[in-house]
Design a protein around this ligand. Sequence first.
Ligand code: PMP
Length: 406
Amino acid sequence: MTEQLKISASAATPGDKAEFPGMFTEDGTPWHYLDSAATAQKPQIVLDSVAWALGEGYATVHRGVYSRSARMTMGYEAARRRVAAFISAPQDELIFTRGATEAINLVAYSYPKKGRVLLSQLEHHSNIVPWQMVAERTGAQIDVCPLTEDHRIDLGALEALLTPRTRLVSLAHVSNVLGSVLDAREAADLAHSVGAKLLLDGCQAAPRLPVFVDEIGCDFYAMSAHKMYGPTGVGALWGRKELLDSMPPWQGGGSMIDKVTFAETSYAPPPQRFEAGTPAIAEAYAFAEACDFIDQIGREEIEAHERALVRQLREELSRIQGVRVFGPEDALGIVSFELPGVHPHDLGTILDEENVAIRAGHHCCQPLMDHLGVPGTARASFGVYSDEADIAALMRGIDRTLKIFA
Ligand code: PMP
């Protein structure tokens, strides 16, 4: 992003673990990390970026008259430009948040609440609970779109659930449990056909798919940097300018105002209106570096890499008698499954002994677990650094587990 930050910008290739210090155990052996849907490991360039921005580059933004602060402010705004460009959005429509959860809460709090909100059965709790909290306060009503038999959001059913009272449709672009990819353009068209807006939870899509909001035609897009090889504590909400302009602030404090008196306070325009307080400065810098990192590899390449790994894993799992593999055949980056007679937590614990990390549980999707009829699933999820050796190690561990439980 800036010259100071181009410390280790060597281009990685899919399957290359060398750029990621977190992909090795303490004795230097590769770790079979298969939990990238929870959080992605960080490439060295992101770590260097945080260190620079918290170290020799560090000062506050937006307030200082001294040169270090002015430079940091320029860098922070350049980071905003970079993250906005990543999804093909104008910079003044990109709000830095603490993550996708905060991005969704922001819309839930600030976007007009009267009417109905349409969600789906596979949503993450962070795209359910904020709407329930709004519904409790305002009487807004929530509709839930069912899934198809192969575990996609059923857009036919969605169409039937839309009414002129639907204000907002809020859906996961890619499911964090099933890996199913939403036809986002179709969802946007359907929402708009009744005058509703579409919010996409892009947590799992932004790290693995080319995402361009102008092509999709959605109205809001939420992301978390830590799932995109960036740091924790920062994310983004993109929203159309005319919508953001019409929305009141949701938190008050420094940086979000135009003029403050005890009699009356006026607010800054978006995006500042929605960024009260000192922001996550170094994290925003590193978020921009993470976007560069992804684009250096290429999002089509990442998508193809993860699709191939999912195909391979689904095929290997399907040879196990009695296994249930959830999600559609063409799932992206994520495979949830259930082994016969083995609790997912037991599998996760045994795999840990084999140096393999998977996620076991409800994945913050309890309504989806109810729909699948399971208390939880085992979930393997991939990143740019994942490779066939990770799948081989996982399958060895599964074999051993099945023998233990036989
Ligand atoms: N939505 C989806 C689909 C997710 O996978 C996650 C993280 N597991 C979230 C929202 C919440 O993201 P964060 O915790 O980074 O705010």
